[in-house]
Design a binder for this molecule. Structure first.
Ligand code: AHR
Length: 338
């Protein structure tokens, strides 16, 4: 059964998801411009230009490169100085990168925390140094640090919803019967935790949807290929691969072909991100669908910081709207993909 534009077409949601007055997690923040730093957050003076940090996790895939390009382009457009760091896939280096931004006295820090727990002290250290932090794309452990108290806001996709949308498509595509191998993103990273939760919650009521094995593929193409190869050897009867991102899905497609299987025929592959190679794989009939995770953060990130400096209330969570790609729209969308 083909799931097309019902799940496909446009999609999700919203902007500015924000539940007023529902406990400390939901506290709105306000910054400078005469307003107080909400929850004791550092103020940000209203100025024509700022020196801001952007602490990136790694640069090993098109999603990260598109995010970095969007931040650099927007900094240029605004005439702000951007102190850019790349943690090269190492949370400890990312903590050191934030330390260096604090030492350089940046006005504010945009942080994409590689993993949920190790970056919490960095968020708190920046706050103690009087530097507001905006989390981009990934979050920190909500039990250890909170929007409106420790950092201004989180801007990014709803990862739980992404996992759910992948599962909903798959349920329709397979008629509710599947033997699934799951390639997980980096252990301890919020998109890995949440894309797993959203997917597993959505298939929980479908007894015919079985996850045979799950393993960390670190959001990387070659790791995804290697993990898929191992899992396919252990579970040759698998007929679905759910990958937490496109890079691992493309790695899995290579592994399937090497094992003499036809991706898209013998095994259905579904993933998350919406990168150009993935849309091409949909066009080629090898990837079934991908839920978009929009990497173009620059305009929203800089606009939010300006609002904070102006003393406007900032919601604790700002959700990017994401599309959905399958064979109903991949051809039309591929030229705009990253
Ligand atoms: O945090 C977003 C995820 O991180 C993207 O899905 C992935 O490609 C990236 O590495």
């Amino acid at each position: 059964m083909k799931a097309r534009s019902a799940v496909g077409a446009l999609a999700a949601v919203a902007t500015l998801a924000f539940a007023a007055g529902c406990g400390s997690d939901d506290k709105a923040s306000s910054g400078g411009g005469g307003g107080g730093g909400g929850g004791g957050l550092p103020k940000l003076e209203k100025k024509d230009t700022y020196k801001v940090g952007f602490a990136q996790t790694e640069s090993n895939n098109p999603w990260r490169l598109a995010q970095t390009a969007s931040m650099k382009d927007e900094a240029k457009k605004q005439g702000w100085q951007l102190v850019y760091t790349d943690a090269a896939g190492d949370a400890a280096k990312q903590v050191a990168d934030v330390d260096s931004m604090i030492a350089q006295k940046v006005d504010a820090i945009f942080l994409a925390p590689r993993e949920e727990k190790p970056l919490v002290p960095a968020v708190k250290k920046a706050k103690a140094a009087g530097i507001p932090v905006i989390l981009l794309d990934r979050s920190v452990d909500p039990k250890l640090a909170k929007a409106g108290t420790d950092y201004v806001t989180f801007i990014g996709s709803d990862f739980i919803e992404e996992g759910k949308r992948a599962a909903d498509w798959l349920i329709k595509e397979t008629g509710g019967k599947a033997k699934i191998l799951e390639l997980e993103g980096t252990t301890g990273a919020s998109p890995a935790n949440d894309r797993k939760k959203g997917f597993h919650d959505a298939i929980a009521s479908k007894p015919g949807m079985k996850v045979l094995a799950s393993q960390d593929g670190d959001f990387a193409r070659d790791k995804g290929r290697q993990v898929a190869e191992t899992l396919l050897q252990a579970h040759p009867d698998a007929d679905v691969i759910y990958a937490h991102n496109d890079e691992m899905a493309i790695g899995a497609i290579t592994a399937l072909e090497a094992a003499g299987k036809k991706p898209g025929k013998d095994v259905t592959v579904v993933s998350v991100d919406g990168e150009k190679d993935a849309l091409q794989a949909i066009i080629d009939g090898k990837l079934g669908a991908t839920v978009e995770c929009n990497p173009r953060f620059g305009p929203k990130a800089f606009e939010t910081l300006k609002k904070y400096a102006a003393g406007e209330k900032i919601p604790p969570t700002i959700i990017n709207p994401d599309k959905f790609y399958d064979d109903s729209n991949a051809k039309k969308e591929v030229a705009n993909a990253y």
